[in-house]
Design a protein around this ligand. Structure first.
Ligand SMILES: [Zn+2]
Length: 99
């Protein structure tokens, strides 16, 4: 699986032709968000936060006080997945594109 473009990402200024573009270092275009200015800007701000949001979610999962970051309720018994971090682990899979 190919990794995403490293952050930080930032939204560019809005243009009627290109909408709002999200760029990484050296001006690498990560996304072009079309639509009206207000919505395009809002979506671009959210997309630009994606690398930091993913990193924060990964850090939170790694320090989960219920499962100590391994995603399981027990190290010795099959008690299932940790419910406290299950949603966040599912987001990481979606963001990384891998299980
Ligand atoms: Zn957990």
């Amino acid at each position: 699986m190919t990794a995403h473009t490293p952050g930080p990402w930032r939204p560019s200024l809005y243009s009627r032709i290109f909408g709002c573009v999200v760029v990484a270092k050296r001006g690498i275009v990560v996304a072009s968000i079309l639509g009206d200015k207000a919505t395009s800007d809002a979506n671009a701000r959210l997309i630009a936060c994606a690398p930091e949001l993913l990193a924060a979610v990964e850090k939170t999962v790694q320090t989960c006080s219920v499962c100590r970051g391994n995603g399981k309720l027990s190290d010795t018994h099959d008690l299932g997945e940790c419910p406290a971090s299950a949603d966040l682990r599912a987001l990481i899979v979606r963001g990384r594109g891998e299980p």
